[in-house]
Design a protein around this ligand. Structure first.
Ligand code: DC
Length: 216
């Protein structure tokens, strides 16, 4: 059997895991899946059809229709879609459908970097490397504000911070697959770290695991 290599990255919204996942996938030549986009695609389908986010059977249908090869980041990245995604993500049946697709993706050679909330705990508990990327809510709010301002927008820091805290509570507090570090995850706090430093730290962790494995 071919061994596929899996890097699981979890953490709260805005901690920098998306950028880190992309850098690692490029460096180690692995496939890349931002699993947040799959929940966003379900939320987006409901919004498009003017359906309430608690219509579970419509959410299940939308989840079955999610095509991992066809996730439009430009459309799905809207802030409101992220909020809605966090709401549909509480439904176990919706999660089960998406998790199955995510696992199939992870199994495709040569392997993948997957980022989300439950990758190390539920989707790929056997991942070769698990990273839990975090940063304080204040730092994440400051980064989001800078991002908005860099494209000419304006926003209120206090509102952004309240949004982030609310989203953390929902993602960490749900009954099914809450956001939490896997017992064997390496913690990476990016509060005081630029993305390049986070990438180097992650690489050091991964190369160390690879070197020990080669020796074994
Ligand atoms: O990472 P993101 O902001 O794109 O994720 C949007 C929402 O989707 C997030 O608030 C919770 C949900 N999500 C999840 O429950 N499990 C994942 N593996 C990824 C995202």
């Amino acid at each position: 059997m071919t061994h596929v290599f899996t890097i699981a990255i979890d953490g709260p919204a805005g901690a920098g895991k998306g950028t880190l996942a992309r850098r690692l996938a490029d460096h180690y030549r692995l496939n890349l899946l931002d699993t947040g986009l799959t929940y966003r695609a379900v939320a987006y389908a409901l919004i498009q059809h003017a359906l309430p986010l608690d219509n579970v059977s419509a959410a299940e249908t939308a989840a079955r229709q999610v095509n991992l090869a066809n996730l439009d980041r430009a459309v799905l990245s809207a802030h409101a879609v992220g909020e809605a995604a966090s709401k549909v993500a509480v439904y176990p049946t919706v999660r089960r459908i998406l998790v199955e697709k995510q696992r199939d993706f992870a199994k495709t050679p040569p392997g993948a970097v997957l980022d989300g909330r439950d990758i190390g705990t539920v989707v790929c508990p056997e991942a070769d490397i698990k990273l839990y990327v975090t940063a304080s809510a204040e730092v994440r709010a400051r980064r989001r504000l800078a991002e908005i301002e860099s494209i000419g927008g304006t926003a209120d820091f206090t509102e952004i911070l309240a949004d982030i805290v609310r989203r953390d509570e929902r993602d960490m507090g749900r009954a099914d697959s809450p956001l939490k570090p896997a017992a064997d995850a390496h913690l990476l706090d990016t509060s005081e770290m630029a993305i390049e430093a986070a990438f180097l730290a992650a690489m050091a962790i991964i190369d160390d695991v690879l070197a020990k494995r080669d020796k074994a």
